[in-house]
Design a protein around this ligand. Structure first.
Ligand code: BG6
Length: 490
């Protein structure tokens, strides 16, 4: 059966920056089914040559030199067609169907357009008979800005397509390192007996970025770090870290287990919000040796900068999963823009025994064991262990060291997160996609945090660009001795 991609919003930013390069990587890895065709649909008129010229230019400039070849481009570009049309209008889709589609091909429709017009496109697909059981619909965030707005968007999709045909992308789930978390937990028996509140003191999940909001101030100001990163990427990573072992590695089992985690998150109410959360907003500073403006001094794109904006560019939350395995274990989540380094990691800190056999002098610097799972930019797993300092000193002096497993070979990979996810859409495998129930549960938890912030009027704390974020985030984790953010690794 042929596979056809229809990219709606086919000459937009997402299509050019992410989708065509990812599909090109599939070609490069010989993972593109032979008769695949890629149709880019856009309202703006342009010739096939102009369209291909744009895509090629983008690829040449952005794909690593060793991954671009004219030969591969030729093979790839032959699969691509530009279609001028408006997908919200059934007539455009009808013409497209009559001129290009085979009766029995699998159609993958990627909505690379704003969610407010998703419903119009799905209705058009329905009207012209393209919402068939073999059609797959791919969408990605922003899927609303609250549970209510997500439900409104989702109801429009669900009216036309059953859940098994809707693929909701969270690109973090396409990252090799995030999938490796599943391998680490469930393909290595040594961790499972320790993976619970009896042995784990706390967990940290950090995603820091050095970039600012760039040229999308207006969008970001309506969104902020909590909606942009926490509701989706960080909560998805939290789910994979905390979920029970799925019975089998398939979409139903994995998504069911992740949903249970989201439903067990302790609600953040107005009574505890100030203790459990920190919001921040960056001010001018220096990142990688370059002086950068503060959030309120960025260049505006669409609208005037609101000098009183209270949007958070940093957020830290002390979360807890209230269940048999995790109750009592704080899970500290932290993400922000214009921070010291681009770095993502999960730190699992183990408890220390009350009784220490090394006397005070010898065990100065005795640190708890930590399992550090680095997600990006370099992937690796490090286990912090205590070692004897070599030499003739009396007793057993200790120092900490690392058992270090880096995944050097993953650096040579010829694909990105989107390629993995798009190839799973072709395979019709939803394991690495987010279910509607998960998105809803995540919004429910986040909505309450926003309501609590509003109730207590919790404002973002300023932090200097290039720092580790507001001091209040350090104070939040540092309330308990022996706990601090793992910034020394960053
Ligand atoms: C996107 C956010 O979802 O993820 C961006 O909208 C953010 O604001 C990006 O920069 C980070 O993704 P990555 O893969 O670079 O960590």
């Amino acid at each position: 059966m042929n596979t056809d991609f229809l990219i709606v919003g086919g000459d937009g930013d997402l299509a050019l920056r992410k989708l065509y390069p990812s599909l090109y990587y599939l070609e490069l890895n010989n993972c593109m089914p032979e008769n695949t065709r890629i149709f880019g649909m856009a309202r703006t008129g342009q010739t096939q040559e102009e369209f291909l010229g744009k895509v090629q230019k983008w690829l040449k400039e952005n794909v690593a030199d060793e991954l671009y070849s004219d030969e591969k481009w030729q093979a790839f570009s032959q699969k691509m067609r530009f279609i001028q049309g408006d997908a919200t209008n059934p007539e455009s889709l009808e013409n497209f169907k009559d001129s290009h589609l085979d009766q029995d091909s699998v159609l993958i429709v990627y909505l690379a357009i704003p969610p407010m017009i998703f419903g119009k496109v799905t209705t058009s697909l329905e009207v012209c008979g393209l919402a068939k059981p073999t059609t797959r619909l791919v969408v990605e965030k922003p899927l609303g800005d609250s549970r209510e707005s997500f439900m409104a968007i989702n109801n429009e999709l669900a009216r036309v397509f059953p859940e098994e045909q809707i693929f909701r992308i969270d690109h973090y789930l396409g990252k090799e390192s995030v999938q490796n978390l599943l391998a680490l937990r469930f393909a290595n028996d040594i961790f499972e007996p320790l993976w619970n509140s009896k042995y784990i003191d706390h967990v940290q999940i950090t995603v820091t970025e050095t970039v600012g909001v760039g040229n999308r101030w207006s969008f970001y100001d309506q969104t902020g770090a909590t909606r942009d990163m926490m509701q989706n990427h960080l909560l998805q990573v939290l789910c994979l870290m905390a979920m029970e072992p799925p019975a089998v590695m398939n979409a139903h089992s994995v998504r069911t287990e992740k949903l249970k985690v989201l439903n067990c998150l302790r609600p953040v109410t107005p009574e505890c919000v100030q203790e459990l959360t920190v919001r921040g907003q960056y001010q001018a500073g220096e990142v990688d040796g370059v002086t950068v403006p503060g959030y309120l001094e960025e260049e505006s794109d669409k609208y005037e900068i609101d000098p009183n904006s209270k949007t958070e560019t940093f957020v830290a939350i002390q979360a807890e999963v209230i269940n048999w395995r995790w109750s009592g274990v704080p899970i500290y989540l932290r993400t922000g823009k214009r921070l010291n380094k681009r770095h993502s990691e999960i730190v699992v800190q183990f408890k220390q025994r009350n009784h220490q056999i090394f006397d005070k002098q010898e065990h100065t610097g005795h640190k708890p064991n930590q399992l550090i799972i680095q997600l990006q930019p370099d992937e690796g797993i490090r286990l912090r262990v205590m070692n004897k300092v070599a030499g003739l000193d009396a007793g057993i002096p200790l120092e900490d060291g690392f058992l270090d497993l880096s995944f050097e070979k993953n650096k040579q990979q010829k694909h990105d997160a989107y390629s993995r996810l798009l190839s799973d859409v072709i395979r019709n495998d939803q394991t690495l996609f987010v279910s509607a129930q998960e998105v809803e549960a995540a919004w429910k938890w986040i909505d309450q945090i926003f309501a609590s912030w509003k109730a207590v009027d919790q404002k973002p704390e300023p932090y200097e660009a290039g720092s580790f974020g507001p001091q209040a985030a350090d104070d939040m984790i540092g309330k308990v001795p022996c706990r601090s953010w793992n910034n020394d690794i960053c």
